[in-house]
Design a protein around this ligand. Structure first.
Ligand code: DAH
Length: 353
């Protein structure tokens, strides 16, 4: 074998060895084996001296090429192995700094707010305006001007939350405070009529308070919507038509309305309003206790005595009023068995609506 062939064979051998090297330590062993002081290429180069002078340049050139090629191959392999070693370290020493992440629940209205909005929309569509009054109210607005006699049972401290008036502006009545948490939205009727002469078409949604223990059908704080219309020539027929429209808009077109005679101090005549049961359609079932009808609200024609308190002429004007509980409407509409679910704040319940 010529020395040139020997050099080429050596090169091929070295390239093959480099291919199977898998770590930097072994790579250094291979480098020393070929290029080191006692390496095989070095040994071949030493033999150059014994060549005839005319062959030396050509062989010298080839041997130089082989040396450069080997050095390059070793360096490039070193680069590959170093890169792979670094990549392995990255994997082995990696620390996971990602956090679980914050899941944002989209916010939405509470079912009672939605129900209030639905009801308000029905009456805004009929041209009503929104009326307001305070939740901390005077006995005068909550009871007296609404034609409640002094001995009316709703005035008892067992039924109504009385508030101590620290300002001293309001004298106590019979040792009781005359400041209270309103028990219904009806006092807004008085505020509106004090501020404004007819025509009046007002809807007043708001919170009300009663000294009731929370149970499936009572809450100590709940939400009412009061309606008041005062104008010339308003009749009981207008009341009935308005309520039928309201019921069909909120509960659906199939519902029927029934007015039952009742008593409220501030309306005369008064009626309780029933809607046909949504479960049985009126034939009677368990959800309406066999009645076929479910009570939803109170209503009536404004009592002339109330007009007397606010200075509206009962000879010229007549009016109707109604009051409905938002929790009751929502419970009937969505089949909710216990009003306390509205205030428990249990997301499993609230998320459904
Ligand atoms: N204020 C009554 C209540 O809380 C409901 C009511 C009845 C309101 C008749 C009215 C009405 O405006 O005319 O039970």
């Amino acid at each position: 074998m010529s020395i040139v062939d020997e050099l080429r064979a050596l090169q091929a051998e070295a390239v093959a060895a480099l291919g199977s090297v898998s770590d930097l330590g072994t790579l250094e062993d291979v480098r020393i084996a070929f290029l080191g002081k006692k390496g095989s290429l070095t040994a071949v180069l030493r033999g150059l001296g014994s060549l005839p002078p005319e062959e030396r340049p050509a062989v010298g050139k080839v041997s130089n090429e082989v040396r450069v090629a080997l050095e390059e191959a070793i360096e490039s392999r070193r680069g590959e192995l170093a890169g792979a070693a670094l990549a392995d370290r990255f994997v082995a020493e990696a620390i996971d700094v990602t956090l679980p992440g914050r899941h944002r629940l989209p916010g939405k209205q509470h079912l009672i707010s939605q129900t209030l909005d639905d009801i308000v929309q029905v009456f805004l569509g009929l041209g009503y305006k929104i009326g307001e009054g305070p939740e901390v109210e005077l006995d005068y607005y909550n009871f007296t001007a609404l034609n409640h006699p002094p001995e009316h049972p709703a005035r008892a401290a067992t039924d109504t939350f009385y508030v101590r008036d620290l300002s001293g502006d309001h004298a106590a009545v019979d040792g009781e405070s005359d400041v209270l948490l309103r028990t219904h939205t009806s006092p807004v009727q008085v505020h509106v009529m004090e501020r404004q002469q007819p025509p009046i078409y007002v809807l007043a949604p708001g919170r009300v308070y009663r000294r009731d223990v929370a149970d499936p059908s009572h809450l100590p704080q709940f939400t009412q919507i009061e309606g008041l219309v005062v104008d010339e020539g308003i009749t009981f027929g207008d009341l009935k038509g308005t309520l039928e429209h309201f019921v069909r808009e909120i509960f659906g077109p199939k519902r029927r309305v029934r007015l039952r005679p009742h008593f409220f101090p501030f309306t005369e005549p008064s009626a309780e309003v029933d809607i046909s049961c949504g479960m049985c359609g009126g034939s009677g079932c368990r959800s309406c206790s066999g009645e076929g009808w479910i009570e939803v609200l109170g209503s009536g024609m404004v009592d002339p005595n109330v007009f007397g308190y606010v200075g509206i002429d009962p000879e010229r004007y007549s009016g109707f009023a109604f009051g409905v509980g938002a929790e009751r409407v929502a419970a009937l509409k969505y089949g909710i068995p216990d009003l306390r679910l509205f205030v428990d704040g249990d997301m499993r319940f609230l998320r459904q609506f």
